[in-house]
Design a protein around this ligand. Structure first.
Ligand SMILES: Cc1cc2nc3c(=O)[nH]c(=O)nc-3n(C[C@H](O)[C@H](O)[C@H](O)COP(=O)(O)OP(=O)(O)OC[C@H]3O[C@@H](n4cnc5c(N)ncnc54)[C@H](O)[C@@H]3O)c2cc1C
Length: 406
């Protein structure tokens, strides 16, 4: 079969490319080749089934700061297509969106099905062929046409878009074609920690600064104690920025937690001394200080060797120092990671200096395009990973359509 454009991968980036090309060139012959029984399966499970489509950050340079890999390269593309454009794109197609307090943007239905239906309706309206159970095994070019070999036969196309997400086999094929790829490493995970300091405190959450010992990695934000360790935005951000480094350390490393990120240890010591005078008769253990969650305060007090019946007046200098240290430099050993079920990505993919970010076309082969996670781009949690797929898909679509017009 002959097509004008073949898209390998029926995910977010593949559909976004196909729809945007078909809108610009009515009648163009486009097919999406999807290896699975279903298309858009990651969209379905995304954001806990609600699909966090993008994030309410409307300044391109600020938006790009959420990408540990891709920050520099996405700045330009975001000036062409970013958050506001994504919202407009969906809303013009009848998908109402809402911005949540933390900036994440979802369909008002809170159902990823809404996004899937939008894509499938648009694909049908525009005559895009969707070929499920078509696993692409290889592809090559004679300079004029691409031949794509699938589990169900061969296809010819003028232009080829690879939107296969983080499938290492596709990276191998691209390496055969002269591209360089970076091996996959997990990003967005939580830390496994067995430590009496947090045992039995699942659900306790507070703002904190977390640093990885022996590295420059640090992150500030909400920290959540779980049954198996630590999670929350502070940890997820750290897992994304530290994806490569933490993988190298086989997920065995130490972190320091400052439970009072706005405070230095010396300020904490001064304040504890003030409390000695202010609350001299009260038990230290009873009332949480520094607006910390009570159960966490009590655990840190006990960890500092201060008994439940110690009054503020009796706080010794050593105890005061130990408590200040527990409050600002609690040390934990991380041994292993757990999957964050709401969102998961891998770092790795086609190296970025082999791609023209004005068109998302390969610099090695004409008429070969990439979008989404197949590239060595990934983001922290919050809707940024889909934004990468939408931006890449949109810009590639414009480039593909304009080339056709030449
Ligand atoms: C559980 C989970 C929740 C997530 N939630 C969010 C969220 O709420 N917000 C957010 O921004 N990001 C989220 N992400 C990340 C987001 O889903 C991805 O970044 C995004 O799907 C990438 O889109 P893509 O099109 O590049 O790849 P994919 O969505 O992975 O699509 C690639 C497609 O290519 C197909 N394919 C692969 N190889 C072949 C082949 N050889 N032949 C044919 N087809 C092939 C695959 O089957 C797949 O359908 C989540 C990820 C997970 C796993």
């Amino acid at each position: 079969m002959n097509y004008d454009l073949l898209i390998v991968g029926g995910g977010a980036a593949g559909f976004f490319t196909a729809i945007n090309v078909a809108e610009k060139i009515p009648g163009i012959r486009i097919a999406i080749l999807e290896r699975g029984k279903e298309v858009l399966s990651k969209v379905r499970v995304s954001g806990g089934g609600r699909c966090n489509v993008t994030h309410a950050e409307f300044i391109p340079n600020e938006l790009s700061k959420n990408y540990p890999r891709g920050e520099k390269e996405l700045k330009g593309p975001f000036h062409t297509f970013m958050t506001g454009d994504t919202m407009d794109w969906f809303e013009r197609r009848g998908v109402a969106l809402k911005i949540e307090e933390d900036g994440r943007i979802f369909p008002v239905t809170d159902a990823s099905e809404t996004i899937i239906n939008c894509f499938l309706t648009e694909a049908k309206r525009l005559g895009i062929t969707i070929l499920k159970n078509h696993s692409v095994k290889n592809f090559n070019t004679n300079g004029a046409q691409w031949t794509v070999h699938t589990s169900q036969g061969d296809f010819e196309t003028a232009k080829l878009m690879i939107a296969t997400g983080s499938n290492p086999k596709m990276w191998e094929r691209l390496t055969d074609l002269g591209h360089t790829t970076v091996a996959a490493v997990p990003s967005l995970f939580t830390f496994n920690i067995k430590d009496p300091k947090i045992k039995g405190l699942p659900g306790v959450a507070t703002e904190a600064l977390v640093q990885v010992k022996g590295s420059k990695l640090s992150s500030e934000g909400a920290l959540l104690i779980t049954h198996w360790g630590l999670s929350g935005p502070a940890i997820l951000k750290l897992s994304a920025w530290g994806a490569i480094e933490l993988h190298k350390r086989a997920y065995d490393f130490e972190i320091l937690v400052n439970w009072l990120p706005q405070w230095s240890q010396n300020d904490v010591i001064d304040t504890l001394h003030e409390r000695k005078g202010q609350f001299s008769k009260q038990y230290i253990h009873t009332y949480a200080q520094f607006e910390l969650p009570k159960r966490l305060w009590q655990r840190l007090v006990i960890t500092s060797g201060i008994q439940e019946d110690t009054r503020w007046a009796d706080l010794s200098k050593v105890q005061c120092n130990t408590l200040s240290e527990q409050l600002t430099k609690s040390s934990f050993r991380v041994q292993g990671k757990s999957t964050f079920k709401e969102e998961f990505v891998t770092a790795g993919g086609v190296v970025l200096n082999e791609v023209n970010f004005k068109t998302f076309e390969s610099k090695k082969h004409a008429n070969l395009y990439f979008a989404g996670e197949v590239l060595n781009i990934d983001a922290i949690t919050g809707g940024f990973n889909f934004q990468n797929a939408w931006t890449g898909g949109f810009i590639a679509a414009q480039a593909i359509a304009n080339k056709k017009d030449d």
